[in-house]
Design a binder for this molecule. Structure first.
Ligand SMILES: *[C@@H]1O[C@H](CO)[C@@H](O)[C@H](O)[C@H]1NC(C)=O
Ligand SMILES: *[C@@H]1O[C@H](CO)[C@@H](O)[C@H](O)[C@H]1NC(C)=O
Ligand SMILES: *[C@@H]1O[C@H](CO)[C@@H](O)[C@H](O)[C@H]1NC(C)=O
Length: 473
């Protein structure tokens, strides 16, 4: 055997060995790949299964979610139902409440008379008759969009629609609209006479009278009526409100109802102001605030009654019963003016007193009735006094007395012919002078009557008034 053959053989053997090795290796890979492919296939199948399972699970979850949603909805519905029920029950409660109120006011519970001096809530005197006169003013005003407050032409309809006034357990009411409703700034002598005569016409048919009035001149009207209506034996109540009756938070309804109740009480034979639960003597009242609900005060005379839980009147503070028939006076003097003292008034005082038909002047002096002592001032008043013009001195202070005897300045005023009226309000001094000037011609007699209480308008100062008291008979 040659080396060549050996080499060839060897080469052949290695090649075949190599080739077979390669073959095997290749074969092995092939099977592995196949196996892997199979595995992959299997995996894919498994994945698909997994996906389907996931889908199923998802569907189940979806169903659960839907069920939850439904339950939530049901719960919400239930809640809404219970809310509605509660609302209905609330409504029912309100109705019951008003029923109990009615029961409280039912006639069975009413005592036969209320002569105790106290009107309690349970004693609403439904058998009484009250006459209501509406003159205008805030209480009956309405506000239209973008416009200021104006009197409501249908105010009586509004009044009659109020639940309280519709109740049959309320005094029977009658409404009077003889006066064209106006802002109370436009009320004066003419209107006072119309009101007084309206009362006169129906005086015997009613137990009491309520005058609905604007607050600005309410105190003047109350004073004027107290003079025009002599020997009253029934209450005349003047009231109003700071907020219109239809307004949110209105004080009108309370003032109106309180006034109606006070007007049924026969033991108040005088003109009173009922406002913010206070009962005040009409000719002692002054408006003290344009903003507060508590707008009126009686600085110099105690409050004669209170509308609290009970409507109570202090008997010792109201006039005694009057058996004389009512006399309605028909005249008041127009030419009376009110001026307020101010520094250096001397410069214009002559011009003020030169007004041709002037009959009376009310001067609001400083403190206890003090005024300038200048010759110009005093001589003007003196000259006017000689011409028959009466000058009455009131104080700018809301409490305290005008006492012209204390200071020299006051004495000078007396010498010049002035008359001081103690604690009388400006409103009352003004209306009283108008009243007396129309009633009497004797200037000296009027001067003597001015400081004396005709109808409780001033506290009799015995020291000073005793000497003039004799004159009045
Ligand atoms: C009013 O009554 C008083 C006292 O009772 C009486 O003196 C007076 O004359 C009466 N007034 C009128 C105008 O009748
Ligand atoms: C009634 O008025 C008098 C006199 O002002 C007073 O002394 C008394 O305390 C008042 N009574 C009541 C209950 O207010
Ligand atoms: C003030 O009012 C009261 C009650 O009406 C009355 O008695 C008194 O006389 C009045 N004053 C005048 C001057 O009218």
């Amino acid at each position: 055997m040659s080396l060549k053959k050996l080499l060839l053989g060897l080469g052949f053997a290695t090649t075949t060995g190599f080739l077979s090795y390669v073959y095997f290796k290749e074969n092995n890979r092939e099977t592995k790949r196949k196996e892997e492919e199979e595995k992959e296939n299997e995996n894919e199948n498994e994945n698909e299964n997994e996906k389907e399972k996931e889908k199923k699970r998802e569907r189940i979850r979806e169903r659960i979610r839907e069920k939850k949603k439904k339950k939530k909805k049901n719960r919400q519905k239930k809640r809404q139902k219970t809310k509605k029920k509660a609302k209905k029950e609330k409504k029912r409660k309100t109705i019951t409440f008003s029923k109990t109120t009615e029961m409280y006011e039912s006639p069975n519970r009413l005592p036969k008379s209320h002569s105790t001096g106290i009107l309690s809530q349970g004693e609403i005197p439904f058998d009484k008759k009250v006459y209501i006169i509406y003159t205008g003013g805030t209480i009956g005003m309405i506000k239209k969009k973008g416009k200021p407050l104006t009197p409501d032409p249908d105010f009586f309809k509004t009044l009659q629609s109020l639940p309280f006034l519709k109740s049959r357990y309320v005094p029977s009411l009658n409404y009077d609209n003889t006066i064209e409703p106006v802002d109370s700034t436009n009320i004066g002598l003419k209107e006072w006479l119309i009101i007084a005569n309206s009362i006169k016409e129906v005086y015997n048919e009613y137990d009491g009278f309520v005058i609905l009035h604007g607050t600005d001149t309410l105190a003047f009207t109350a004073s004027a009526l107290s003079f025009l209506l002599e020997n009253l034996s029934k209450p005349v109540v003047v009231t109003g409100s700071q907020i219109p009756l239809g307004g949110c938070r209105s004080d009108g309804l309370n003032n109106l109802i309180s006034s109606v109740l006070v007007a049924t009480y026969s033991k108040i034979p005088e003109v009173v102001v009922v406002f913010n639960n206070k009962i005040l003597r009409g000719n002692r009242t002054t408006k003290r605030s344009s903003e507060d609900i508590d707008a009126f005060v009686s600085f110099q005379y105690p409050q004669i009654g209170t509308c609290g839980i009970k409507v109570a009147v202090n008997k010792s503070l109201v006039l005694d019963d009057n058996k004389k028939p009512l006399v309605v006076h028909q005249e008041m003097e127009k030419e009376v003016i009110v001026i307020k003292l101010f520094p250096s008034i001397e410069n214009v005082i002559e011009r003020i007193y030169s007004h041709p038909n002037l009959c009376g002047v009310i001067i609001e002096c400083y403190g206890a009735g003090n005024a300038p002592t200048s010759e110009k001032f005093l001589s003007t008043i003196k000259k006017a006094s000689k011409r028959g013009i009466i000058t009455v001195i009131v104080s700018q202070c809301v409490t305290g007395n005008v006492d012209l005897s204390t200071y020299k300045t006051g004495n000078d005023l007396v010498k010049a012919g002035c008359v001081g009226v103690f604690d009388m309000t400006t409103e009352t001094a003004f209306t009283k002078l108008m009243f007396l000037l129309a009633k009497y011609d004797d200037i000296d007699f009027i001067k003597k009557l001015m400081p004396i209480s005709l109808r409780g308008e001033c506290s009799d100062n015995l020291e000073t008034s005793s000497e003039v008291f004799v004159v009045y008979n």
